[in-house]
Ligand binder design. Structure first.
Ligand code: GTQ
Ligand code: FE2
Length: 370
């Protein structure tokens, strides 16, 4: 082995390695240590953005432009510091598979209808009175609601209420980008006109209790809006039993016609951690983006403590050890790429076996403040 390593460093190998590159040919012997790590080493890093910072920057953006005057959407997205920037517009996604953003819509504003090959989901963090119109259905939304906009469907937003509305967007943009599957169209008019009654899917599904007989083979998740109170009821219902030591109490938003994850590429969860609950540490292949819906506490990610409060956003990269600890009754919303990992049969999960299942805190993350 030692002899081989010496030989690989020899001038003859170096010269050859250099020589082939001029023909756009790559030396695998240089690449393999970087490409084939023993376990996942994502470029995306653990990171946290304070909610106040996001709010402030959205309000500043509102002074500068409207969704109608260019830009389609007033959304500011979470750029993971570990992902490379591309000139001139600085594309760096939130994780390697999922993009997340916060979007602001002011009373009276419209975000024109369009469609794209990326799947989208939204979680409403502030306000009420806007609707999103998806395939001719106006879906009125308010704080705590979870919505989906599956790929290929026309969608636009309009705010009929009287206070600013903010929601978190998550889309599989980086995944679709990296496999060159992007399609995008503007709707011929500004906003699509309604063609079915308002909140039609919620009326037809009653939150997923039943499905219309005609929807037996529905592939696209037919429920557009998952109301907050139903999510709370489901989580509080789970409290009749012991909490899962790794995830506390948690539910997944599903397609009620087939029981699958609501979006084909991204799973979305809501977890409830009672005051004082401390989950045990685990790691898994998939990566997650969290939003603190209610409460406060901290997460330890690979030995670094990330304190959070209501409104914050944070990333747990692939294969990172993590645990959550709540210092109030806490609701954590999260989006992950588990469906992508499962599709490639790459998902693995592991509990931490040492130190009784808890990590040691080695340092604390210092978030950028307003
Ligand atoms: O609201 O349709 O954050 O198309 C990114 C792309 C939001 C949207 C985003 C989008 C949208
Ligand atoms: Fe969109």
């Amino acid at each position: 082995m030692g002899e081989t390593n010496e030989f690989m460093k020899s001038q003859i190998v170096k010269d050859f390695t250099r020589d082939i590159q001029q023909y756009h040919l790559g030396p695998l012997w240089e690449a393999i240590p970087d490409l084939m790590k023993q376990t996942p080493e994502p470029q995306a890093q653990a990171y946290l953005w304070k909610g106040e910072l996001i709010k402030k920057k959205l309000m500043e953006a509102a002074e500068i432009f409207t969704p109608e005057r260019g830009g389609e959407r007033r959304a500011i997205y979470f750029q993971n510091p570990g992902l490379t920037y591309r000139e001139p517009w600085g594309w760096a996604s939130t994780t390697q598979t999922v993009y997340a953003a916060a979007q602001l819509l002011l009373p009276g504003e419209k975000a024109p209808s369009h469609r794209h090959s990326q799947n989208a989901l939204r979680f409403v963090t502030d306000g009420q009175g806007a609707y999103t119109i998806v395939q001719g259905q106006r879906v009125f939304i308010e704080e705590g609601d979870f919505l989906i906009t599956p790929k290929g469907l026309w969608h636009g937003h309009e705010h009929l209420g009287d206070e600013p509305m903010v929601w978190m967007d998550a889309l599989d943009i980086p995944t679709v980008y990296s496999i060159a599957g992007t399609f995008f169209d503007h709707y011929p008019e500004q906003l699509e006109a309604p063609s079915v009654p308002d909140n039609y899917s919620e009326l037809r599904y009653q939150g997923g209790m039943v499905r219309p007989l005609s929807d037996r083979y529905s592939a696209i998740a037919p429920l557009a809006n998952f109301k907050w109170q139903r999510t709370v009821d489901a989580l509080q219902g789970l409290r009749a039993f012991d909490a899962d030591p790794y995830n506390a109490f948690g539910v997944e938003y599903i397609n009620p016609s087939n029981g699958q994850t609501a979006n084909p590429t991204m799973a979305a969860w809501m977890q409830f951690l009672p005051d004082g609950f401390h989950t045990k540490a685990q790691r898994h292949t998939h990566s997650s983006i969290y939003h603190v819906k209610e409460g406060s506490g901290y997460s330890i990610i690979n030995g670094v403590r990330f304190d959070w409060t209501k409104g914050d956003y944070f990333v747990i990269p692939n294969w990172a050890w993590y645990e959550h600890c709540a210092s109030q009754n806490t609701y954590l919303f999260s989006v992950n790429d588990l469906p992508i990992m499962e599709r490639f049969d790459l998902e693995k999960q592991q509990p931490l076996e040492t130190n009784n299942g808890y990590q040691e805190v080695k340092s604390e993350f210092a978030p950028v403040l307003v």
